[in-house]
Design a protein around this ligand. Structure first.
Ligand code: SF4
Length: 449
């Protein structure tokens, strides 16, 4: 199989619009001078009837008004009178929701907004504080970039958030096309569409788009469609409604088509109910395998999958396999409580600036005895004390899957008597109680360890 079925977004939210091209590089804009304009896609993949677009907007918005989830960022977007604060509140939510489920984000969002209710407050925070609050949310560079961008707004833009999607994307680091569109439509009422994982799924099903949904050609088409569909008087609500539909009704594996407010506009559902169209080219059938938006000829419609034939996505690269030896150094603190030594990671790269138990990336294929030896050497170099490999007690292995790394931590422990610190020239380190450990900027992987 060269394609996966309908796995896009899988209950998660945004991709931050990373699949999209930057403004000014749309497919049309990228055509060489004088090249013929690309042929319009077959009618089955378009919304070409204005009355159908009107009906779809009305049905979707009526459903959203009745069924939308009560979420803290929606409340702020609806009640905050100051445009900068409103845009900031939406921006924080959109960054947190990239790759993270709504249920997980709510608590982080509330704590964040309580601690830094304005751009100015965030601009004054330290990266350490940001990492501490972000700990456990994953994709840590998001928090760092959010704070950098807040500083930029305060120091370079006079505290004023850019007022259009184009300017937001151009001026704010970490703000892609999706995030810019979401902030502008929800905070300022700019009539601009958005395309995230949920929108991709819904639109691909509504219009039977089965070509690779991560390909630039399909993504461009979906942006065109989102911009054409967005309701001009309620763009923020419309965009949120489309995403809400993808998150709660048009779900990846088990869509609730019977409850769907736009089912009468859905061509995937029609195809499921009424079967394969007649084998003659008409508006319901793109013909004989040449359509750039249909499923590839090698993977035609599979009736057992129904609407989940759409969307399709190229197979993701398998995550890289890595093994890391980790040592939990522990001692009795002056008040008798157990304390653990943690060290700070470098300020760039994976988990930048976060704290962890002293760790060492292992070469491939090392035997257990050798692993222990290299870890002992590593600790000895950093502590300036002799560490015998035999004193390291093997505790077990912990697996943590990052987006692109399948990481196994081989965990050892070493009780100590003396007051050990690591060479500060190599990395900052400190002793913490278990409670302090959990309040520190540590990753979920280290909490598992
Ligand atoms: Fe999705 Fe089903 Fe609604 Fe079509 S009818 S948009 S497949 S939930």
């Amino acid at each position: 199989m060269s394609h996966l079925r309908a796995a896009a977004a899988g209950g998660l939210r945004r991709s931050g619009g990373r699949a999209a091209r930057p403004a000014g590089q749309s497919r049309k804009g990228a055509s060489p001078r004088g090249a013929p304009a690309p042929a319009p896609p077959p009618a089955q993949h378009l919304f070409s009837d204005p009355s159908e677009i009107e009906a779809l907007r009305g049905n979707l918005l009526a459903w959203y008004d009745k069924s939308k989830r009560d979420l803290p960022w929606r409340t702020l977007a609806a009640t905050e009178p100051d445009a900068n604060r409103r845009a900031y509140a939406v921006w924080v939510s959109e960054i947190m929701l990239q790759q993270t489920q709504v249920a997980t984000v709510i608590d982080y969002y509330n704590r964040w907004m309580q601690k830094w209710p304005t751009l100015q407050a965030l601009a004054q925070a330290s990266l350490e504080e940001v990492n501490e609050l972000w700990a456990g949310l994953g994709y840590y560079s998001r928090g760092k970039r959010l704070q950098e961008a807040a500083r930029k707004v305060v120091t370079e833009l006079g505290g004023q958030m850019p007022r259009t999607a184009e300017e937001l994307q151009k001026l704010l680091p970490g703000v892609g096309r999706y995030t810019a569109g979401a902030i502008a439509s929800i905070s300022y009422g700019q009539a601009t569409g958005v395309v995230d994982g949920n929108v991709i799924r819904v639109l691909c099903r509504l219009r039977c788009i089965g070509a690779d949904s991560s390909s630039p050609a399909v993504i461009d088409r979906l942006w065109d469609m989102a911009n054409a569909l967005v309701d001009k008087s309620r763009p923020g609500d419309f965009n949120q409604a489309l995403m809400e539909l993808g998150a709660t009704v048009c779900m990846p594996k088990a869509p609730l088509c019977g409850e769907c407010p736009v089912k009468q506009h859905c061509r995937a559902r029609r195809r499921k109910l009424f079967g394969k169209p007649a084998p003659v080219p008409d508006v319901e059938d793109c013909g004989f395998g040449n359509c750039p938006l249909c499923p590839p000829a090698t993977e035609p419609w599979d009736s057992s999958l129904g609407v989940t034939n759409f969307p399709r996505k190229a197979v993701k690269k398998q995550p890289r396999v890595a093994r890391t030896a980790t040592c939990v150094l522990e001692r009795r603190g002056c008040h008798g409580a157990l304390e653990y030594l943690i060290v700070q990671r470098p300020s760039s790269g994976l988990l930048a600036g976060l704290w962890e138990f002293p760790s060492l990336l292992l070469a491939q294929g090392l035997q257990e005895e050798k692993q222990r030896e290299v870890l002992a050497d590593h600790l000895q170099t950093r502590m300036g004390w002799p560490v015998a490999a035999g004193d390291l007690q093997f505790i077990g292995e912990v697996i943590h899957v990052f987006s692109h790394i399948h990481q196994t931590y081989v965990v050892y422990s070493l009780p100590l008597d003396g007051d050990v610190t690591l060479d500060p020239a190599l990395s900052p380190s400190r002793w913490v109680t278990e409670e302090e450990f959990h309040a520190s900027a540590v990753s979920t992987a280290m909490k598992k360890v």
